[in-house]
Ligand binder design. Sequence first.
Ligand code: GCU
Length: 713
Amino acid sequence: MRKILLTIFCVIQVQISWANDGYKLWLQYLPFENKAVAEYYRDYLENIVLIGNSPTHSVIQKELEIAIEGFFDMKNKPGINLNPSTALVWIGTEKELSKDILPELQSQINQLGDEGYILKYLHGKVIVTAKGNAGLLYGTFALLKQIQTREKLENLDILENPKIQLRLLNHWDNLNRTVERGYSGFSIWNWHRLPHHIDQQYIDYARANASIGINGTSITNVNANALVLTPEYLEKAAALADAFRPYGIKVYLTARFNAPMMLDNLSTADPLNPEVQDWWKKKTAEIYSYIPDFGGFLVKADSEGQPGPHNYGRTQADGANMLADAVKPFGGIVMWRAFVYNEKTPTDRIRQAYDEFKPLDGKFRDNVIVQVKNGPLDFQPREPFHPLFGAMSETPLMMEFQITKEYLGQETHWVNLATMWQEILQSDTYAKGKGSTVSKVLDGSLHEYKLTGIAGVSNIGTDRNWTGHHTAQGDWYSYGKLAWNPDSDIQKIGQDWLKMTFSTDSDFVKTAQGIMNQSYETLVNYMTPVGLHHIMARSHHWGPGPWVTGGERDDWTATYYHKVTKEAIGFDRTENGSNALAQYAPEWKAMWGNPETTPLEYLLWFHRVEWDKKLSTGNSLWDEIALRYQKGVEGARWMQSEWTKMNGKIDEERFSHISSFLAIQVKEAEWWRDACLLYFGQFSGIPLPAGVEAPKHDLNYYLNFKRNFVPGI
Ligand code: GCU
């Protein structure tokens, strides 16, 4: 048994650093703000004993050293003392804990799963314990969070288990280092230098993810390149897996469905063909020879040009099960995406995934989990929850959220995504009566799923601050926290993140959180109010494009979705229209089936409404749309003016960075309002109501506004 005592010999110097590029994310470990605070934590931080020996223990020790250096603004690393007699913080797994402590904690330890942890104040000591190493690492980060957020340690009595088993980031990163829908630079995976160079950024990536409980990463784009399955790339992926392993993070790869044809010239990729099945079995065994704890495959099939079982007249279950059989002997899983739709299918695009997957419920192997986007269309600013949630009692479903802001202004808009995610997670599917929330589908409690999971499409790139907007780090953070527990309190998540990332100053936290709380509704108002959707520019999806029509696919246009005429606007999804509404529970059908009882947020998602129709607000539809666009612009300006008050509260570098992005956001909010109102106004023929500012330019200006090389395609 190895015992390590971290001891600090330093004079506390409290000072605010005025340059901060944000690279350290929420692991800033900012210096204590005054002597009293520093003295309080000093006793504990000077006397930590970490018991045990493993690669994870080494990273725990390292993290403690980094934290202590930051908290005390030390120039040198703390000394290490092997005498544990004065220890006030004990960190060790169940196996490693002292016999004196263990009996008192045993009943709580018995409640722990593999990745859970306990933080407990007991007889004058802080105990961090877990069953396994990953839990111990999570517990250590939880302790550091307590200190970062200035919680008292004497009250500690925390027992945490993750509610969801698979908590993944999905990188849409291409092998040439471009990132599909990535707006924060290039891919952080430097394939050319791998496997020999393990960049510090990979380690910091793993630290950040482990600190929020993420335990898996799918490192390649769902629009997959089969090359990643070749030895050249497997060797590189294995090097990443080795780097991530001590942090409890497994690597997953995207599998291109026709890889047997592309890599080995098989004449078919038919999932029922024995030769194809055999190819995948051998390929899988090869992958495991490189990465012994490989997590499994993520697959996009039969969607947007990707090959899949449809090419051979087979079902999604046939395709998924073939891969599931290949990974099964190694303990791997298959995450099969439900984002399957086709322009040749004559029905409303948003009903196609349900139509395809619902009849297959119960037909998937037990190591398949179907990955479903939060809404039935495609990461719009606001969508109702996907109707598959609650509808698949025999097939585990996992959530796919998009952390990168493809349709939400991309990296320059401050939008607190946790607000949107909470709206979805707390939506009631009514699958088993009231209270059957999406979160209960995901944590497995509703249908007793054996496999549970959640994925977030990453917003990370080579930008110095990882995510383009400093505040988008908060989306990565809150995603991890909601993945751990989808019923978490997002206000607490936001406060913790602000304190750890910027400052514990209460005025700052209150103001910044106020901005965060308004940000989502503000964005929906200036982009897609009253249930409008998919009205952004073609292809790159940046900026307004309600006029987008024609081209190769109708279901990629704006007019497909808003169907504007001189009389009305909106998509009728009731039984008089596409009847996509039929995919929801009777409670929703009753509410959303009637325009009078449909909340305005979803009105044009489910209904066609005449321009002069009087709504519950007392406004006509046209006035309501116009006033909401205006409200969105005013909301963005308010966010900007609130932020201005924070000058001097945090470091100048991040303050200015966020300020300049807010200026972009205000400008773009005006652009959205003006362009959409001018375009739709041609049809409504009604003047703008009082209180809505006149557009800055005419419609032609917006129609012809083009930018080259918008990122992320
Ligand atoms: C959206 C996005 C694509 C992405 C796709 C997917 O359509 O625009 O870039 O590939 O979602 O989720 O597969």
